[in-house]
Structures are given as C-alpha cells and as structure tokens.
Write a new protein. Structure first.
Lengths: 358, 358
DNA sequence: CTGAAAGCGCTTACAG
DNA sequence: CTGAAAGCGCTTACAG
C-alpha cells in the first residue's frame, strides 16, 4: 500500500553510551532534566552525543512515558484572519512550554468527531477545539482517558469539557446600545452558524437590549460565518423594500463581505447610508478601508487562558471542566454612525463606554 | 519539573487479543492494511476492539516502523492570508494521504534552524518550509537522514532541498509591461525580505523589463513582507518630492497596507492619483474595497506539487532535489490604471495577456 | 492464515 | 551517582 518504504538509521542512546564509555542509562539521564547524573559523566555524554549527532527519539520517549507533549488543535477554518492569529499565538505559547502542535482543519459548520480517532491514536496530551465541538460521547471519552479538552470561542452546556469565550451576550447588548444611541431606528442581524454558542449569545444580547430600547423588530439573515454566504445574506437584506439602517454582522470576517456588497453592489456609502458593526476586532476590521466598529475578542488573553487550563489539567490530572470568560471592548471606527456621547479614547483606541444610566 | 504527571491506561492489542481469543499478532494484522488475516479472525478482533474501545497506538507503531506519518510544516508567519490558505490546503492534502501536520510558526525574517532539533526528535517523515529556509548543514543532514525537505514559495541555489515556486521573474516582467502600457512614467517598488528569492526574482524581472521599456529609474523602499514596515516604506515613498506614478508592492499583504496609507494618510485616490499592483492574488486582493491588480500564485497547484514531491520522496527514498515552478496570471482589478489593450476576460476573471510584439 | 518471539529506542524503579 | 534490566505497545520475519 505504501510502496517501498525505506527504514532510516538514526543514532541511538546505546551508540552514544558505547562511544562515551558509559551505560545507556547515563545517556538517558543526561537528556532528562532533573535526573541524577554527575557533571563529569554528563559532559562525556554530551561530547559523544555532539560528535555522533545524537538526538533523543521523542517517539520512544512518548511510548514509555505515556506523554507525547503533543497538543491537537482542531480549527474549523482559517479563512477568517482571527483564527490564524489565534493559531500563531497558541503555537508560541505551547512551544514556550515544550509542547508541539498537531493541526487539524476543515471542520467548518460541523463537529470534530471525524478526526477524533486520528488524534487519539497519536496519544495527544490535550485537545484545543477552536470554533468547533465534539459529540458528548467523545467528550466523555476524553474525560475518562484523562485528556483535557478546551473549547476555544465556543461553549457548551455539557460539563465534561472546558471552554474559553468572551462576553458575547454583553457584547451584543453593547452594540445595541451603541446603534440606538447613534440614532438608528431599524436593525438587521447577519447571523453566524445558528446553533453555535457565539451566535446565540451575540444575537441574544443584541435582541434583548434592543427590546430594552423599545425595538422589537429585527431582520435576520444567516451567513454561517462564511464569506460567500454572508454576501448572499447581505444581498437579500439590502434588497428588502425597507432596508435596515444598521446591521450587526456576527463577525468581522463576514462584515467585510457585507460592506463590500453594500458599497460595490448597492452603491451605498458607509456609514452615511448604512451603519455596520461587527465582532472580533480581527485584522481587516483594523484596516482603514474597512475600519469596522467591532467588539474585540482579546486574542492574547483568550489563548493564554486556553493554554493555562490545558496545561494545568495535564499536570494535575484533574479533569474538572473550567469555563473562563474574558471581556472585550467596543472599538469605535468608521463603519457606523457614532453616538453623541460615550465614545472615549484610551491608549489611542476609541472605545464606546456609555456612562451607566444614560 | 513536570509536577505530578499521571499515567494513562489505554486499551492495548494484548487486551483485545485476550478478549477475542486470538493472538496479539492477529490484532495487529487486523489494523494493518494488506496484512494476511482471515475474514473470520478479523471480524472477531473488530468486535472485541469495538467493545473495549481499542485504538492502535500510533506512537508505538511509529517506533517500530520508523515512520511517524507526521509532516512538519514550518511557516514563517500567518499574518498574510496567503499562508493560512496554503496551510489549510496542505492539511487537506496530507490528511487525504494519511499524514498529519505538525505546525511550527514564527520564523519571519530568519531561517528555521531553531526548531530543527524539535522536529527531528519527533521523527517527522518530511518537512515543508513555507517562506523560510534552513542552513546548508541542516539541509544536508536531512538529505543524509533520508528526510525530504520542500521549500514552499522560496528557492535556493543549494542542491540538497526541493522547492516549489511560481515564475516570479516573469511575474515581475509582466507587471512592468502592464504599468508601462497603462501610461505610467515613474515607478516605485516596495520590497519584501531583501535576500528572499521571491523578492529578488520579482524585483529582478520588474527592473529588467522596465529597462527594456527604457526606464532606468526605480525608487525602492523595503517592507520586509511585514504590514507595519510596509506602512513606513509607503509613507517614505509617498512623501518624496516627486512621487512615483505606479508602485509595485512585493506582495498583496503589504499592498493592502500601502493602499490604506495612500488613501487615508495622503488622501490619494486609487488608481486616479496612484496605481498599485501586488503579488499573490491573496484573499484581500479579491475584496472589492482593495481590488488589487496582482499576479497570482496558484495555491492549489503549488500545494499539491509540494505534497507530491514530498510523498514521492518518502516512498521512493530518492532524495534527488526537485524544483517545480508553476505559472501565475496577472489578474486585473481596480488598483491600477489599465492599458488600452491586452486585458481579456476568461472564466469571469480579467487577465492581462499582451499579444507578443506590442 | 496463525502464533510465539524479537526488537524499535527510550525511562525508570531497583540494587549497589 | 551508576548500571543492568524490565517494559512501553506495537510490527514483522519466522516457522508451522
């Protein structure tokens, strides 16, 4: 099946031991931090190792220690720059702790069950699921096996996995406040994947707070966090006999597509003819040609919380699920009409922080 | 050092064998495609395996076969959407062949030597280096060890590693033709990393062909393929007493930043006041708010060439370096003034293909 | 087709 | 501190 597969010969600890005139154990101890070995023996081994080009075989080590130092990262899709950002940061954090990252992608709009077998076969020490989930059975299996799982930017009612999210509901509320304060009267929402927790919470908060302001109408179309579907959704919404004055697009990735449809297919000027707000504060939102007013999801905070939880659980063996929720800010840029009050500047960023009671 | 590390107990082939009343060898053969095993035995094993929740241990398999089925992918940076695209496609292609992807990032502007040890310890079967390289010694070490290395979107004079690139020199030439035909008289170039082959070739071709057209002046600033540095370079170039009429930015990722500086810091209208062309045909180039005229680097062709070379060499053991060069197209959009002739539409894409001899 | 056995390259009690 | 030895969970000649 594999055609002719050629075996490679590597230098082993036995060869180094022989060359250095010590036992194989001594070689192993030299490369095991904290093992008891004299400086002299260690030096001899190190010399021989260098001369022979020896490198410990991590696979053999994994087999005996039952620890691979590999973390599986399953990322639904990379099309949205938010995720490459997250991925790069996760890589950095894991590398700093001596862990390696086995990447699986392409699970947009469905759970990660199809790769579960693969990653379990590789004896990964932990699993990070970004924008994707796992069936209950598989989650439970991980818990039983003592393999921690952290959902990133998604959460679940089930209790066997941890999660790291931001305050999506508050974010949705804040955007409603912002748009109402900006004088808008009619509203649209372009949804992400409908049963994702992010989408539910952002929409929930938005709608809830609109209601507080006495608005009970909201036009909804679904973009499933996909660029192409968001375009379709935008075309539909903008073709309505009465088009909403302001649209909340469930993430910046889709908001970019929606802005382009509004500008180049409908000839609308943003924010004069139409206000658009997004979510994530992802790369393109910060590029002036889009300049999207957006609620941030702090990548650094979210990734380090993820890695913290994961490594803590690996080291403690305690599988008690943790749910960390971080706070974002409403970053004000040029894609939506601004309210008269509440926009303040901090560290060069414009934030919307309405004073309580207004 | 690791705190208390808890060992996990997994189901082994021995347990399955016992449960099924067969030998451990039979269990192994059941999970080895092509191994000689009777349908009946196989069925028994499969039942027991399912009942016990057995999964072959890929780490143990790797140790005995000297094949990890892991490919290391070292990617300089993910900030440029071209690379996440490439990464997703590589993941798809490798998964289809039963390989897994160990990701290393963060090697912008330098070679990948720092992670070399890590990836060798994991006994990877092959290495893909995207926009980064390896020192000669390490490249040679891979060749000796029989581990194929493919450079993606970078090439080298050294002969011990393979490479996949596009016709960067031709691309540079074509852009010169395009801009000259568009009536521009003065030109700028915002460079990528100066000693990268992509930068050298794009600039070389561009300059060469400008010369053919009798233009020997070219203003150059360096952006090192970084967004921030490209902004600085753009500010400098646009502040010149006589600003170039057309700028070739060495990739689309930087071109986006340059356009925003031109538009929002210098109040220039594109392409009326300034023409900009880029390279890659990366995501944002296709977004109408940028609409960058750009030479494409076909992701699918380049990634499949990369995986083909790698897997061929893994299976054949033949380390003879291969250099595959694929062709791109000049995709015409709205960021640069168009020539009167030579722009044609094919499959809904506007391409620049000057008829020979004009 | 099947099983007993050797061995992949390590770590880690155990005894000294 | 050091070495001999067991064993991690598999694959694969080898003999039947």
């Amino acid at each position: 099946m594999d055609g002719g597969v050629i075996k490679r010969a590597g230098v082993t600890s036995f060869q180094v031991a022989e060359h250095a005139g010590v036992s194989q154990s001594a070689v192993s101890r030299t490369f095991t931090p904290g093992a008891s070995i004299s400086t002299k023996t260690r030096a001899k081994v190190l010399m021989s190792a260098k001369e022979l080009g020896y490198r410990p075989n991590a696979i053999a080590r994994s087999l005996i220690t039952s620890r691979s130092r590999i973390i599986a990262v399953v990322m639904a899709y990379l099309e949205n720059l938010f995720y490459p950002d997250v991925l790069e940061e996760l890589g950095r954090l894991l590398a700093a702790e001596g862990y390696h990252l086995l990447l699986f992608t392409g699970f947009m709009d469905r759970d990660s069950d199809p790769v579960f077998d693969q990653l379990m076969q590789y004896q990964v020490d932990g699993i990070i699921l970004a924008s994707t989930s796992l069936s209950s059975e598989l989650s439970d299996e991980c818990a039983t096996a003592g393999i921690p799982v952290v959902l990133f930017n998604r959460t679940t009612e089930r209790d066997s996995v941890s999660s790291v999210t931001s305050r999506n509901r508050e974010g949705g509320r804040l955007l409603a406040d912002f748009l109402v304060a900006g004088g808008h009267k009619s509203f649209g929402y372009i949804a992400g994947i409908e049963n994702s927790s992010t989408n539910r919470d952002r929409l929930g908060g938005f709608r809830e707070q609109l209601l507080v302001h006495g608005v009970d109408e909201l036009v909804i179309r679904t973009g499933n966090y996909s660029r192409v579907e968001a375009q379709v959704a935008a075309r539909e919404m903008l073709s309505l006999p009465v088009r909403p004055e302001a649209i909340f697009v469930a993430n910046d990735h889709m908001a970019v597509a929606v802005m382009d449809v509004a500008r180049y297919e409908f000839g609308l000027s943003i924010p004069d003819d139409l206000s658009i707000v997004g979510y994530d504060d992802a790369g393109p939102a910060r590029w002036p040609s889009y300049g999207i007013t957006s609620v941030s999801q702090p990548v650094n905070e979210m990734t380090s919380a993820t890695v913290d939880i994961l490594l803590d659980q690996i080291h403690s063996g305690d599988m008690e699920p943790l749910h960390r929720i971080v706070s974002g800010e409403l970053i004000v840029r040029s894609s939506a009409r601004q309210p008269a009050a509440g926009v303040i500047e901090i560290d060069g960023r414009c934030l919307y922080r309405p004073s309580p009671g207004t």
